[in-house]
Design a protein around this ligand. Structure first.
Ligand code: T3D
Length: 257
């Protein structure tokens, strides 16, 4: 059985974390396969990525049985070799990545979702910074993204107390973009990813880069960055098509170039 299901359809890469009996907790094979599939997403054929979980959970984070196994990969390697590359690959991918959180997202599972470009959740889903409950430190970029998403105080409390945050609350505090009722979640979340996969891919990649750069630059630097990226966007075929279609009062057809 493959721990990661992967399919590319009409420009959209669908990645499903697939250990449903363990709430898609990450073991080594799953983490490494996830990295491989993220690499495959850099092919020109892929214009957006959709990540979700099989069964009732999104991901319960690190497989705790594996990490306690004396023959397992060992705590020393898990963060640097499993989670850090996953987060880096998602951020460096020049495509929009949607996390479709179908159920509980805990520990590294929560923080991998939160580093994606757009995070949506089913109403029954929840987010737990589970690390503190077992004496660990939030990883997978959680200490970077969570305070930026919801503010220092709430992030600090959630990371120390390990409270379960409902999908509705996560939307209310700005941790995620949107919640959908369970029965419409799959179609509604896929529709967001499908829409992205038909949009100007280069422009979206530059937007992602600009947002990432904004974290570590001053306003003056960022104004220059926006200028540089805008020149590059203006050079794309999709911009030319977008502007032409607007003037011709027709729907644009973007090709991702
Ligand atoms: O080296 C390092 O470890 C550093 C890296 C750290 C990264 C991390 O992610 S640390 C955080 C690890 N995750 C957790 O601490 C969460 C543990 N899980 C839970 O607290 C609960 O399972 C949930 C709150 C997420 C969901 O609860 P519930 O009641 O809906 O489900 P459950 O019954 O607890 O779980 C269902 C099954 O999944 C169960 O298996 P079983 O008994 O039916 O065979 C359970 O043991 C298994 N499972 C859930 N989470 C994990 C897991 N098995 C291994 N590892 C897990 N993380």
């Amino acid at each position: 059985m493959s721990f990661i299901l992967f399919e590319i359809k009409d420009g959209l890469a669908l990645i499903t974390l697939n250990r449903p009996d363990k709430l898609n907790a990450f073991n080594k094979d799953m983490a490494l396969d996830f990295q491989n599939k993220l690499d495959e997403c850099s092919s020109a054929e892929v214009r957006a990525v959709y990540i979700t979980g099989a069964g009732k959970g999104f991901s319960a984070g690190q497989d705790l049985a594996e990490v306690m196994d004396p023959n397992g990969p060992g705590l020393k390697h898990v963060v640097s070799e499993h989670y850090n590359p996953i987060v880096s690959k998602i951020r460096r991918l020049e495509k929009p990545v949607v996390a479709a959180v179908n159920g509980v997202a805990a520990g590294a599972g929560a923080n991998i979702a939160l580093c994606c470009d757009i995070v949506v959740a089913a109403r029954s889903a929840s987010f737990i910074q589970a690390f503190s409950k077992i004496g660990l430190v939030p990883d997978s970029g959680g200490t970077f993204y969570l305070p930026r998403l919801i503010g220092w105080q709430k992030a600090s409390a959630l990371m120390m107390l390990g409270d379960k945050v409902s999908a509705d609350e996560a939307e209310r505090i700005g941790m995620i973009y949107k919640v959908f009722n369970d029965d419409e979640f799959k179609e509604a979340s896929l529709q967001i990813a499908r829409t992205l996969s038909q949009m100007p891919t280069r422009g979206l990649a530059f937007t992602k880069k600009a947002l990432d750069w904004s974290i570590s630059h001053t306003l003056d630097e960022q104004l220059t960055n926006e200028d540089v990226l805008q020149q590059r966007a203006a050079d794309t075929a999709d911009f030319k098509e977008g502007a032409k279609a607007f003037l011709e009062k027709r729907t644009p057809v973007f090709v991702g170039k």
